[in-house]
Design a protein. Structure first.
Length: 527
């Protein structure tokens, strides 16, 4: 309350000073209007002594009426003396000044709106605004009205302006190799700690030196990071360690306020903390690690699930899937996932990733579907192309069993894992979780779909499958769009299989680090 009282006193002081300045200016203008005429020898004075001159002055007034006096009856015509009229005008100037200063002060000191002053001052402000508008627009009090505005405008610059608060910029870096929903959730949490999120993508050389060979190229990783809805700026080829030189670059060149990392340790080859300097200078903030997934985990899934490669396709040969046709595809897919993943989906996580907005009336809704397994740069680019064709992008994500039935292998990532990766993409507005393989007329009607699109690069399907786009083609709302990239889920997995010895060695090292983290971890509040 003391701060509110102080603010009110400041407003009153500023308003009084401004009103006094405006009043002095008005009186100066009034005196300037009489300069150059000897006292008692003005045309008006001459007219009072000379009837002929009086008729001349009246005729001139009729030909060029004073705009101030033509607006409304003045107080002088009502018998109010000029001194009294001047006092009334001065009072209105003070009233208007206080009104404007108070309203702008409220905007600058938002706490006042939540205090007890709000209800009282809001009512008073309404009266002040009404009186001021009448005074300026009609010139009722003394005929000052609209012509007075030029006297007042020069002093508007003295009014307090709302402070332009500099946005808080936070920095988070990573390898972002085999981008997954854990990366996306980390960046989402980082964005909550500031206004603008700058992301550093570690260079290939730094990854090799500290972790092992990356699966994705720098270009592919940049595409994935830039495609996330929470990322504002990307720094390519960032160092793995936050050195003093790079930290100063972040603070001075990129105006970074805080450096962010998860609660899991990030150690250099010599065992030291990669973020020790940021912590030392007090510019470090920590977020909660997303449980159940990591790039190491995904590489492990691929190495365990696919043990040999064939040109252009993947062959599933794990024990769980040897008799997949005899034992039922759904059970086998679930069995493999339960062995390889600790993911626990929650409704809150899906809500955090969702835009939460329905399409506006009359919006052009574009639909595209797919598995979106091992979400990669090709997915980002095709979603970008689809989004450019309409106002709202609806994405259908097929369930695990539908993929197994059509493509002959289970997806690497769970349905809900794949859903989160798609939702994190900045070009996606809504997702159908477990979308049907075939697009039906009822589905088109239900979601008011204007256009169904499909890329030229696909993962393939079993021979003899029915065309899933027969209905939209018959309705004239189907279009094939050129896929900007040729990368596929199969090609990404093949890179790992081709160099499985190197990735196996890398995973053993990372696995030991992750096991230590899980053995020592404690509950950390956060999202």
């Amino acid at each position: 309350m003391n701060s509110c009282g102080t603010c009110i006193r400041e407003v009153e002081t500023d308003a009084d000073a401004l009103a006094d300045a405006v009043t002095v200016r008005v009186r100066e203008r009034e005196r300037e209007g009489g300069r150059g005429e000897p006292r008692g020898r003005s045309p008006a004075a001459a007219a009072r002594r000379n009837p002929v001159a009086r008729r001349s002055v009246l005729a001139a007034s009729a030909a060029s009426p004073d705009p101030r006096r033509s607006l409304a009856p003045t107080l002088s015509r009502r018998g109010i003396s000029p001194p009294a009229r001047s006092r009334i005008n001065t009072w209105i100037i003070h009233l208007l000044s206080k009104m404007m200063m108070s309203l702008l002060a409220f905007e600058s000191h938002q706490g006042l709106w939540n205090s007890g002053y709000y209800s009282q001052l809001f009512g008073i402000g309404g009266v002040m605004i009404t009186v001021a508008i009448l005074w300026l627009s009609t010139g009722y009090f003394g005929g000052i009205g609209a012509p007075f505005a030029p006297y007042f405008w020069p002093y508007l610059g003295q009014l307090p302006k709302k402070e332009q608060k500099r946005p808080v910029r936070v920095y988070m870096d990573g390898c972002f190799d085999l981008m997954h929903y854990g990366h996306a959730n980390a960046l989402r949490q980082a964005k909550l700690l500031g206004d603008q999120l700058v992301v550093g993508v570690v260079s290939d050389e730094e990854i090799v030196a500290n972790k092992g060979p990356p699966v994705l190229s720098m270009e592919e990783r940049l595409t994935l990071v830039s495609g996330l809805k929470w990322v504002d700026e990307v720094i390519p080829n960032a160092p793995y360690e936050i050195t003093e030189e790079f930290m100063n670059t972040l603070f001075n060149k990129y105006n970074i306020d805080y450096i962010i990392h998860g609660d899991d340790p990030c150690l250099l080859p010599d065992g030291t903390d990669a973020y020790a300097l940021a912590k030392k200078v007090g510019r470090y903030k920590q977020i909660k690690r997303t449980e159940g997934v990591s790039s190491t985990d995904i590489v492990g899934r691929i190495l365990l699930t696919f043990k040999q490669k064939e040109a252009g396709r993947m062959k599933n040969i794990t024990d769980a899937n040897v008799d997949v046709n005899q034992n039922g595809g759904s059970d086998s897919c679930n069995q493999v996932k339960s062995q390889l993943s600790n993911f626990l989906p929650t409704s809150r996580r899906i809500m955090q990733f969702s835009n939460g907005q329905a399409p506006s009336p009359g919006a052009r809704i574009v639909y595209i579907d797919g598995a979106f397994d091992l979400f990669h740069a090709g997915h980002v680019e095709i979603l970008r192309s689809a989004r450019q064709l309409g106002d709202f992008l609806l994405v259908g994500v097929h369930d695990d069993q539908a993929i197994r039935d059509r493509r002959g292998y289970c997806p690497i990532m769970h349905l809900h894992e794949r859903t989160l990766s798609v939702l994190a993409c900045r070009y996606v507005d809504e997702v159908i979780i477990g979308a049907p393989w075939e697009v039906s007329r009822d589905m088109v009607t239900t979601f008011n779909i204007s256009l169904v699109v499909h890329g030229t690069v696909t993962e393939g399907s079993s021979a003899g499958d029915n065309d899933p786009y027969v209905v939209p083609k018959s309705m004239g709302i189907f279009r094939t769009i050129t896929s900007p990239k040729t990368i596929t889920t199969v090609s990404v997995a093949t890179r790992i299989i081709d160099n499985h010895e190197a990735y196996k060695k890398r995973n053993l090292k990372k696995k030991a680090s992750e096991d230590r983290y899980y053995a020592q971890k404690k509950f950390v509040s956060g999202d």
